[in-house]
Ligand binder design. Structure first.
Ligand code: FES
Length: 119
């Protein structure tokens, strides 16, 4: 068990390690993101949590960023590192966005509308 002091955290990344995301390098994505956070000295700014399935397996590997509410699809170790750098610059990784939060989750492209409608 770990208890972090999260005072000052700017972004919280939820890195999916459900079965589909694990098959698509989810563990490597998590390791790459955490390594880039360390490399950038950003441990007090970006917090990570590895999760189980987030319900978007066709987008594996999924990474969700809060408080901005951006869902990223098809993340790789390389794009995970790029995401950390972009967040530290106050930017997003536009090319991997599947949903943004604008009062409700909104698909960033037609690909974001794939899947069953949640009831
Ligand atoms: S396993 Fe990651 S979204 Fe389902």
């Amino acid at each position: 068990m770990t208890t972090w002091n999260l005072q000052g955290t700017v972004n919280h990344l939820l890195i999916c390690n459900g079965s589909s995301c694990k098959k698509n390098k989810g563990e490597e994505v998590a390791e790459a993101i955490e390594a880039e956070i360390d490399k950038q000295g950003a441990g007090s700014l970006i917090h990570t949590t590895v999760t189980r399935c987030n319900g978007r397996c066709s987008d594996a590997c999924v990474v969700i960023s809060y408080p901005d509410g951006v869902w990223y699809r098809e993340m790789t170790p390389k794009s995970g590192k790029a995401l950390v750098r972009r967040l530290l610059e106050g930017e997003r990784l536009e090319e991997n966005i599947v949903y943004t939060y604008e009062g409700q989750l909104t698909a960033a492209s037609s690909k974001g509308t794939k899947g069953k409608k949640k009831k």
